[in-house]
Design a protein around this ligand. Structure first.
Ligand SMILES: C[S@@+](CC[C@H](N)C(=O)[O-])C[C@H]1O[C@@H](n2cnc3c(N)ncnc32)[C@H](O)[C@@H]1O
Length: 284
């Protein structure tokens, strides 16, 4: 093995080792954790070593800051109950609280404001209990198209539409994946579904930057220029870099709204355990 040089940075918690064989190794020590990073020689190679060093120091600092922020927010988490049964929610007759828990009502109100920033033609994905649909209508939108896949909820949506017969409302039955293609373009898209089964949970929640990511391409294709997509995230006090990148690949601007004091109960069956979240408005 080549010679190892250990160098402390100005922040004495960083230590950099450089060897001809192992490329670069960095260690950041904190009283509650230790971060260790090792790069092969050819990986992340800007023109100067000092630039590489700067990038890696910044990365470790960011990760370290994130750990401290997570430590603070973990202390505010509710315990939560057993998660909802997720074997197949596409057809099941669900109780109101299984469709959406009450603490989300204020989130729906805030999202409707974002989606209806231009109160023109609005597309809503997932009718659920119809809470958001009422908020969307309260913005006096020109038209309101709702895609819903669950037969019992479609029935509910049709009854709700019947109570608003003076408005331009259309209920489109089916999965958005099968139906959105022919619907044209919208000024606002309100996206609020949930995983319909275990496979969707793995693909859309575990493997994704955020649940709505699997909808981003469809949203971008169905927004008019300047139109807004809105959705809720499980992000706590800021947006992760992976999430921002996924958005910036498809949208021109992103705005975030931090909602606090959500009132998530200890008995929640949702996967939201923090009392705050971020809702997004992404514009094309
Ligand atoms: C959380 S609920 C929506 C709650 C609603 N925002 C409200 O305010 O009451 C999610 C809804 O999305 C529907 N849904 C889930 N996946 C869907 C999909 N792929 N296509 C269409 N609807 C879907 C569910 O059947 C359910 O009605």
């Amino acid at each position: 093995m080549g010679a190892i040089a250990g160098v402390y940075s100005a922040d004495a918690t960083f230590m950099t080792y450089a060897t001809s064989r192992i490329g670069m190794r960095k260690v950041k020590r904190h009283k509650n954790f230790e971060l260790s990073l090792q790069l092969t020689d050819g990986f992340i190679r800007p023109p100067r070593d000092a630039q590489r060093n700067w990038l890696m120091n910044r990365l470790l600092k960011e990760l370290s800051d994130d750990l401290e922020a997570l430590d603070a927010s973990a202390k505010t988490f509710v315990k939560g109950a057993e998660p909802a049964d997720m074997s197949d929610r596409s057809q099941a007759a669900l109780e109101d609280t299984e469709i959406m828990e009450d603490w989300q009502i204020d989130v729906m109100r805030a999202m409707a404001t974002e989606a209806c920033a231009t109160p023109g033609d609005i597309l809503e994905i997932g009718f659920g209990r119809g809470v958001a649909s009422d908020f969307i209508q309260a913005h006096g939108v020109r038209s309101h198209t709702i895609i819903e896949c669950n037969p019992t909820i479609i029935e509910r949506a049709e009854q709700w539409r019947g109570r608003h017969s003076d408005r331009d409302i259309r209920v489109v039955p089916g999965l958005w994946q099968d139906t959105i293609g022919g619907l044209g373009q919208f000024d606002g898209i309100f996206f609020h579904t949930y995983p319909l089964n275990h496979e969707e949970f793995i693909e859309y929640v575990f493997k994704a930057a955020t649940f709505a990511e699997h909808f981003f391409d469809a949203a971008a294709a169905h927004l008019k220029p300047g139109g807004n997509l809105t959705y809720m995230t499980m992000e706590i006090d800021s947006l992760s870099r992976g999430h921002q990148r996924a958005l910036l690949r498809r949208f021109r601007t992103i705005s975030m709204r931090r909602l606090t004091d959500l009132g998530v109960p200890d008995s929640t069956r949702d996967a939201q355990w923090a009392q705050e979240t971020i809702i997004i408005r992404a514009s094309k």
